[in-house]
Design a binder for this molecule. Structure first.
Ligand code: GLC
Ligand code: CA
Length: 558
């Protein structure tokens, strides 16, 4: 018997929109809220339940909206609060929920709290951020920022440093200060009262810092690793329980924490079944570039991940969370390269089959699946010819530090690393059709469109009954109609295979067998040979006994 607690967000499929790259409605080359509203019918057709909207708040866009200067206003380029309200109502009218990105580990340096904070040591907002005296005339610790360089910035006005784990324009909030927490909870309540349906919490595992601020182990020969002192810190669970009591538990909303550095043990606490903290978390173990394969430097690599590694990690999360905490399922998002290019095969011959294979393997697992815009018709990585093609602050800073300043990596290698895992791969405009700029804008797009848009686009996918789009549509509708896909227990199969990804789900005496060929060659597989049951989905029309064809995936309920 299955006694998993039911919840709407466990039965839902989430679609992530990165608004800047989704749909431009007014020809300025930047996607916007009216663009999202325009495309709601498309999303309704796909069948998704929830949109996770990357940040749309007022922002100077140092990190594309992840640097917020006003939590209660909309980014000028994206539109107005009226546009937001219209989008929310139009989504709700179609039965689609909207989940907001909540970025509260840091604000923009242009937020009024920080403008005040930096004015003087006795300003009432001083303790909203983390200020430290110099140590021997230098930074208070050796910590590197996630976007290269030191995590500390000296401020002339008061002669102290402030902490920024991301860019200098993203100062970290001081969660030790109860006034900060009150202000955040008020703001969250304001959005919930507006009628939004949940939060995706940006780097929420980093809000509590070890108060002794020790040096970190050197990770690139220049800076120390802050993660052990800022990820899953001493008070993080206390803070989230407080947030849960004060805000989350008062609404029927979904929450997902982006939990950098999270272990399975920590995730069981964050996403515990008693519901005292969050609904679920994102972990990074299967997308961590540096541990998936030999890296060039830090996260930067040119190598594909190995099946045995990826599957081992995902199987571990599936089995360990069982009955204790809810999980989230994703291959990509706005911080990752495109799924089919990274884990599948984006060649002309195999792109569609491997995209469908990856979708099958992910969507039949236990947890809530996330689709990143364009994934549903198999968008691929970009090719970066020069640093001038890059827009992401992470890429620009890494290039500056490793190529230009320290000459640790040559330019060509760095660009090939970008082709492999840069965040801008996911941020090229959504390819809607074969017209100029892929139908994304009538103006000049803020970032180059992937030149393959003439072939790979939503319109072409909608016109082809065999497309990746309709395969996703079917996977989503299966989840809505087949409880074993949502609540069945998970059991890995063939855990040592170097070529097949297989597992079973089980509930109420029924079994769902899922197996896929991860390679572009035929592989032996006897799992289905003696199974009598119903085939729920497959990316091939005909099958062969004892064999899985290249990238073949099958799901049988028996
Ligand atoms: C998260 C976001 C990423 C952003 C960073 C800083 O990892 O997903 O896009 O750059 O936090 O806010
Ligand atoms: Ca626009």
């Amino acid at each position: 018997m299955n006694n998993e607690k039911h919840a709407w967000w466990k039965e839902a499929v989430i679609y992530q929109i990165y608004p800047r790259s989704f749909q431009d409605s007014n020809g300025d080359g930047i996607g916007d809220l009216n663009g999202v509203t325009m495309r709601l019918d498309y999303l309704k057709k796909l069948g998704i339940d929830v949109i996770w909207l990357s940040p749309v708040y007022k922002s100077p866009n140092d990190d594309n909206g992840y640097d917020i200067s006003d939590y209660r206003d909309i980014m000028t380029e994206f539109g107005t609060m009226e546009d937001f309200d219209r989008m929310l109502a139009a989504a709700h009218a179609r039965g689609i929920k909207i989940v907001m990105d909540l970025v509260v580990n840091h604000t923009s340096d242009e937020h009024k709290w920080f403008i005040e904070s930096r004015k003087s040591k006795d300003n009432p907002y001083r303790d909203y951020y983390i200020w430290k005296d110099p140590r021997d005339g230098h930074e208070p610790t050796n910590w590197g920022s996630n976007f290269s360089g030191s995590a500390w910035k000296f401020d002339e006005t008061t002669g102290q440093y402030y902490l920024h784990l991301f860019s200098e324009k993203q100062p970290d909030l001081n969660w030790e200060n109860p006034k900060v927490r009150d202000a955040v909870y008020d703001m969250m309540t304001w959005w919930c009262d507006k009628g939004i349906d949940g939060f995706r919490m940006d780097v929420i595992s980093m809000i509590s810092k070890v108060q002794s601020y020790p040096d970190g182990e050197l990770f690139d020969g220049v800076y120390g690793n802050a993660n052990p002192y800022v990820c899953n810190g001493p008070r993080v669970h206390e803070f989230l329980q407080e947030m849960n009591r004060r805000v989350l538990s008062r609404y029927d909303i979904m929450t997902v924490g982006e939990a950098a550095g999270v272990t399975v043990e920590e995730a069981k606490r964050y996403a515990n079944n008693e519901g005292t903290e969050l609904g679920m978390v994102f972990h990074f173990e299967h997308t961590d570039g540096s541990s998936n394969s030999e890296s060039v430097i830090g996260k930067w690599t040119v190598n594909p991940p190995r099946l045995t590694y990826v599957r081992g990690i995902l199987n571990k999360w599936q089995t360990e969370l069982e009955g204790k905490a809810w999980g989230s399922l994703y291959w990509d998002n706005h911080d990752q390269p495109r799924a089919v290019s990274r884990f599948g095969n984006d060649s002309k011959e195999w792109r569609e089959l491997s995209a469908k294979m990856l979708a099958t393997v992910l969507h039949m697992q236990k947890g809530t699946p996330y689709i990143y815009q364009g994934e549903e018709f198999g968008m691929t990585n970009m090719h970066f010819e020069s640093i001038d093609d890059c827009r992401d602050i992470e890429e620009i800073n890494a290039y500056q530090q490793y190529v230009t300043d320290h000459k640790l990596v040559d330019a060509e290698t760095m660009l090939r690393c970008f082709d492999t895992i840069a965040r801008d791969n996911a941020r090229t405009p959504v390819q809607w059709d074969a017209s100029a700029n892929a139908g994304f804008t009538t103006g000049t797009p803020w970032i180059k469109v992937n030149p393959n848009y003439t072939e790979i686009n939503a319109e072409a996918a909608l016109a082809d009954p065999n497309s990746v789009f309709y395969y996703y549509q079917k996977l989503i509708s299966l989840r809505h109609t087949t409880p074993i896909i949502v609540y069945g227990t998970f059991r890995p199969l063939l855990p040592d295979s170097e070529v097949l990804y297989a597992y079973e789900r089980e509930m109420d005496g029924k079994v769902l067998t899922v197996a896929a060929n991860w390679t572009d060659r035929e592989q032996e597989c006897t799992l289905f040979d003696d199974l009598e049951g119903e085939e729920l989905i497959s990316n091939y029309d005909s099958h062969r006994t004892g064999i899985l064809q290249p990238y073949e995936a099958r799901v049988i309920l028996h």
